[in-house]
Write a protein that binds this ligand. Structure first.
Ligand code: TYD
Length: 134
């Protein structure tokens, strides 16, 4: 449920040579990473996502630029704007999500606890609502 969604703050090592942040398995994030992927070169006005996962959690970071992550638990919808490389959004399983409003040159970095598996995807919002509200 949306109550389980968390905004995370990664360590920020401030340095006049340039700042540094990091994340570790089960430390700054609540799971062990099996896969990371990133979304870039998004044309203006495009959306990504538009699905939920059966049993897969994610942490989403705007490593560069900004974008919005819109989450829906089948009842409530909430929009999170990400625009700092030391902030992240933790999204548990069974949350519908899409990403929109990508700035020019934005870079979305996503870490997950599962390998890519198309069987993990719920792509029909009506089915998703039925499933979570059953
Ligand atoms: P998808 O997750 O459907 O992207 P979005 O929901 O943002 O539209 O992935 C798009 C394509 O990329 C799809 O063909 C599967 C492939 N893909 C991988 O092969 N590995 C991955 O880790 C991810 C996330 C996607």
């Amino acid at each position: 449920m949306l109550n389980d969604v968390k905004l995370l703050k990664f360590p920020k090592i401030i340095d006049e040579r340039g700042n540094l942040s990091f994340l570790e398995n089960n430390n700054q994030i609540p799971f062990e990473i099996k896969r990371v992927y990133w979304i870039y070169d998004v044309p203006g006005g495009e959306e990504r996502g538009g699905h939920a996962y059966l049993d897969l959690q994610e942490v989403i970071v705007a490593l560069s630029g900004s974008f919005d992550v819109v989450l829906n638990d089948g009842i409530t919808e909430q929009k999170f704007s990400l625009n700092r490389s030391y902030n992240a959004l933790y999204v548990p399983k069974l949350i519908w999500r899409h990403m929109e409003n990508f700035s020019t040159n934005s870079l979305a970095f996503i870490a997950t606890d599962e390998f890519y598996d198309k069987e993990q995807y719920i792509r029909d919002f009506r089915k998703f609502k039925e499933m979570v509200n059953a």
